[in-house]
Design a protein around this ligand. Structure first.
Ligand code: ZN
Ligand code: ZN
Length: 219
């Protein structure tokens, strides 16, 4: 599903000497939540020998969207702000006040309403990412706690069904903007992954220990 090197993504917190995270999933939606179960494997890349030239294809899958097309990652460090539902009522009111945005000279070229501008351009970046914030929408915010120690869990990896859409063009990477301008189907989703009919699967880990079990969420 994904293979991430700590040297490319310093945000990762590996156990011990590990420097490589491999994320596997079963390409079928499992009951009771109808999502693909995932497994995380931390490895030391120096100890990985006999590397396969081509990843093996599964014998069967729920649908094509659960078998990613091989892609090379080009990680980019970004700042995203929390989903507006994760903010206090007071902050939400301040965000809806267009005069505050004007006062600090925010560039809003499409003249979006203040809450739209925050949602589309500043909070919860679309696409595959490590870290960041939960992309609420299917449900209201629900805190997630570690089954082993009770700590609040943090997002590890978002597996997305596209990198951007019509409402989030501001997040298109510089090198892909000529592709995005074509507005052709498929260019926004090179791995062609479709999770739970176009949603996101976000994996969460315990900040206290990478040995504690991870969990996940469809949004
Ligand atoms: Zn399965
Ligand atoms: Zn824990």
């Amino acid at each position: 599903m994904a293979q991430l090197y700590v040297c490319d993504i310093p945000l990762l917190r590996p156990p011990g000497q590990a420097d490589l995270l491999q994320v596997l999933w079963c390409p079928f939606e499992h009951e009771p939540d109808y999502k693909p179960p995932t497994a995380l494997f931390w490895r030391s890349s120096a100890e990985v020998t006999d590397i396969l030239a081509a990843p093996p294809e599964p014998f069967a899958a729920e649908c094509d969207g659960y078998v990613p097309q091989p892609c090379v990652l080009a990680p980019e460090r970004i700042t995203e702000y929390p989903h507006h539902m994760d903010l206090s009522k007071e902050l939400q009111q301040q965000l809806n006040d267009g005069s505050r945005w004007q006062a600090i000279g925010v560039d809003n070229p499409d003249a979006l309403a203040p809450h739209e501008f925050y949602s589309c351009e500043l909070s919860v970046a679309p696409g595959w990412k490590v870290g960041g914030w939960p992309p609420w929408g299917l449900t209201d915010p629900v805190a997630r706690f570690c089954a082993a120690c009770g700590a609040g869990m943090v997002p590890l990896l978002t597996i997305a069904s596209n990198e951007w859409d019509a409402g989030s063009h501001g997040w298109v990477p510089c090198e892909d903007q000529h592709l995005a301008a074509l507005r052709r189907a498929g260019v926004a989703n090179p791995p062609k992954v479709q999770v739970s009919k176009g949603n996101h699967l976000q994996l969460y880990v315990c900040p206290e220990s990478p040995e504690h079990p991870h969990t996940d969420l469809i949004q």
